[in-house]
Ligand binder design. Structure first.
Ligand code: MTE
Length: 330
């Protein structure tokens, strides 16, 4: 993990990823996605979605219309020496089922989604419930966090996020002694989010963490990446990032956070309880019922690499699960 306060050093975007490298990586990405075929794509989908997932993503060849960021990250690698994924990779290969199950179409479909004004209501078992405007949240001191994101579908990226520890927000509302879990909700907006018309899921997207997981310093409320505010496809204006858990825990476009005393049921637990549990810690020894979790495909790379326990963050988080059976608590 790399943690760094915002430096404000401005570096021309041309220095972030040379255009020819980006283009050849993108070409590779498309080939790799096609090769992966139906078995891995949209692997989050419940069995009911097999029809949709049997179709490889359409390759529109459309590049992002997003302007390149002007602020370069403080490092080119994470703490393990793994290269950052390019901005273009991060904002053009997304899971955001509220728009579509096709990763390469999310950016286009979400492009005009209105993310301002935006409010986040924080309540439940707290002494000081509050509704924050997004500007209030951006006023928390933003830090750069370079994290690996490991999707349950067995692909991964390295992303330079901007955000603040969730613990800061939770401390501001003062959880009561009864609070044991944190429940997060994405915006519900069937008009503007076509995917929310899908009957296969119980909308809105919900996720949850145990309170001690939520208070861990790694758990981030992200408002930006590559030094810029989040784009809609990445979960603008504010999302969760929990780097030692499968990517589906990192819920996007949050409007509600509640402190509760019972374990929340997430959208994925509800739709396929035999495949997706509450904990969802990255674990190469516990396979998904339909595929192995031992290896992963890093976007932009050839071949596969071994998946690390807790996605490589064991030193910071393994103690949270001492004495727990991680196979039973998947
Ligand atoms: N949050 C919402 N609201 N809806 C989603 O479909 N997909 C999840 C997670 N958060 C998802 C979501 C999954 S499966 C992954 S892997 C990550 O977002 C992907 O984040 P990215 O698109 O920024 O890479």
């Amino acid at each position: 993990m790399l943690i760094k306060k915002r430096t404000g050093i401005e570096i021309p975007s041309s220095e972030i990823t040379p255009r020819h490298i980006y283009l050849s990586r993108r070409k590779f990405m498309k080939g790799a996605a096609a090769l992966a075929g139906s078995s891995l794509l949209a692997a989050c989908a419940s069995p009911n979605e097999e029809l949709a997932t049997a179709v490889p993503p359409s390759d529109t060849g459309a590049a992002t219309t997003a302007p390149l960021p002007t602020t370069a990250p403080s490092a080119n690698t994470d703490e393990l020496g793994d290269a950052l994924n390019s901005f273009e990779e991060v904002v053009n290969y997304n899971n955001y089922y509220e728009f579509t199950t096709d990763k390469e179409d999310v950016a286009k479909l979400a492009a005009n989604y209105p993310t301002s004004p935006w409010k986040v209501e924080v309540g439940g078992l707290v002494s000081k419930p509050q509704t924050f405007d997004i500007e209030d949240l951006r006023a928390f001191e933003l830090e750069e966090r370079i994290y690996r994101l490991r999707c349950v579908e067995a692909w991964s990226m390295v992303i330079p996020w901007m955000g603040f520890p969730l613990a800061k927000l939770l401390n501001a509302v003062e959880p009561t002694a009864d609070a044991k879990y944190v429940r997060f909700e994405t915006v519900l907006d069937k008009e503007n989010m076509p995917g929310q018309k899908s009957p296969w899921f119980q909308w809105p997207y919900v996720e949850g963490l145990r309170l001690d997981e939520a208070m861990n310093d790694l758990t981030l409320m992200a408002t930006g990446l590559y030094g810029e505010d989040l784009l809609p496809q990445s979960g603008a204006p504010i999302r969760l990032v929990v780097p030692w858990k499968y990517g589906f825990k990192s819920i996007k476009s949050i409007v509600k956070i509640d402190l509760v005393d019972t374990m929340p049921t997430s959208l994925w637990m509800d739709s396929a309880p035999n495949e997706y549990g509450f904990y969802a810690n990255v674990n190469p020894e516990v396979d998904h019922p339909r595929w192995s979790q031992a290896t992963e495909r890093r976007i932009g790379e050839f071949g596969r690499r071994e998946t690390l326990m807790f996605n490589g963050y064991g030193e910071q988080v393994a103690s949270l699960y001492e004495g727990m059976d991680l196979r039973a608590n998947y």
